[in-house]
Design a protein around this ligand. Structure first.
Ligand code: C5P
Length: 400
């Protein structure tokens, strides 16, 4: 059986010299059994003819939003929903900028805006254009919205320069399409996840908080979703976009987080507590802004409930995964925490000025479970989340 049998892929081609490789991409996807439709931007037509892509996909290529004949056959919204995946290859710097801005000024951007299916881009451009902070900012925006970025490769470029900016080869893109569309190991598994910090109010304008950015939790939500899980995320205040396909509940305080978790936990198979929940909250919350009259001000704090421990102590608890941010001896404390809270797995990281952890894009973890441990080396939080999900899958399957 071909690995993309029954899958529908919309390939978007934008203006760049790498567009000549889109022909091979369309051919390879078709060879794997996929039904492929091609949409080109006006600029793409300067590099490759619609006839080539029509011959390889077996369908007329669409180029304009205002094409009456095509709109009558399959409207642009219908086309956006028809696909299982939209892949823009090559994605030019201009196209990435328009996508990041949410523009809908041609057929391809409109399709991307109207879609509800996964979207991946395979950028291709001159190395300086790729390195430009504007392109990198657009990339960050796109990734934060759950759009996959495949490549680019580094090497010699059509313009004669050398560096990152070459479109990922069609063979590699085909493999990524296969991986993206195959049923993940967590298909049908419900995961509840907490992420971000909590804010414990002192008065209407001030709070006790912490430095958690929520990046690790959001990366995990995305990786779990990509592994096929049905993911519900309970998030403290963060400025991050919800990963595609993830259900999100926003909360502010630890008590609100506990409430949201307890409401949803009965239905879940796996609970991942990634949030940096404040251990204490101010005992009294002033109704009005506290004035600076006294030389010293005392705020009395009381303990917050431990959400993870509470979930692990349920009569029939889900498979539980906790985190431990430590300034020293992470493995020792993580094993202790695992036993004390009676959770299945604990992922420990070193935090502090030197080590990283909070507010950073990279992290390293040591994951412990009963009778085992594994170190996951320093890497981008997205990559790290994927590795951690692999370990969660292994341990979850052993426990079921
Ligand atoms: O005990 P400690 O706070 O170090 O444990 C951290 C782990 O417990 C994390 O997984 C965190 O999400 C979870 N936790 C919680 N509720 C709290 C405190 C921590 O769920 N009140």
């Amino acid at each position: 059986m071909s690995r993309l049998d029954g899958k529908r892929i919309l390939v978007g081609v934008t203006g760049g010299i790498a567009a000549y490789k889109s022909a091979e991409l369309v051919r390879l996807l078709g060879k794997q059994g996929a039904e492929v439709r091609v949409v080109m931007t006006a600029a793409a037509g300067e590099f490759i003819t619609p006839m080539t892509l029509q011959a390889l996909s077996g369908y007329p290529v669409r180029q304009s939003l205002f094409d009456q004949a095509h709109e009558a056959a399959m409207g642009h919204i219908e086309l956006a929903r028809w696909a299982d995946l939209i892949l823009i290859a090559p994605a030019s710097a201009d196209f990435m900028a328009r996508l990041a801005q949410g523009m809908a000024d041609d057929l391809l951007t409109t399709l991307c805006l109207a879609r509800t299916v996964p979207l991946a881009i395979a950028p291709a451009m001159n190395q300086a254009m790729w390195a430009n902070p504007a392109t990198q900012a657009n990339l960050a925006t796109l990734q934060s919205r759950g759009i996959d970025c495949w490549g680019p490769d580094a090497g010699s470029q059509a313009c004669g320069e050398v560096g990152p900016g070459r479109m990922l080869e069609p063979e590699a893109q085909t493999e990524l399409v296969i991986a993206r569309l195959s049923a993940g190991p967590l298909q049908g598994v419900k995961v509840l996840l907490t992420a971000g910090p909590t804010r414990e109010p002192i008065d209407p304008v001030r709070y006790v908080g912490n430095r958690s950015s929520g990046k690790m939790g959001f990366s995990l939500a995305r990786a779990l979703r990509e592994a096929g899980a049905d993911v519900s995320l309970v998030s403290g205040p963060v400025s991050l976009a919800t990963p595609a396909g993830v259900k999100r509940t926003d909360v502010e305080t630890a008590l609100q987080m506990r409430q949201a978790v307890l409401e949803q936990v009965v239905e879940c198979d796996i609970f991942v507590a990634c949030a940096a929940v404040a251990d204490y909250r101010p005992r009294e919350v002033a109704g009005q802004k506290i004035k600076k009259q006294q030389e010293q001000l005392e705020i009395r704090l009381e303990r917050n409930p431990d959400i993870l421990a509470e979930v692990a102590a349920l009569e029939s608890p889900p498979f539980t995964v906790g985190f431990a941010a430590e300034t020293d001896k992470p493995i020792e404390y993580a094993q202790q925490k695992r036993k004390n809270k009676r959770v299945n797995m604990v992922a420990a990281n070193l935090v502090g000025a030197e080590q990283g952890g909070f507010e950073r894009d990279e992290n390293a973890l040591t994951v412990v479970w009963e009778g085992g441990q594994q170190a996951l080396p320093m890497s981008d939080k997205g990559e790290l989340a994927k590795r951690l999900v692999e370990l969660i899958v292994e341990q979850y399957e052993q426990n079921n």
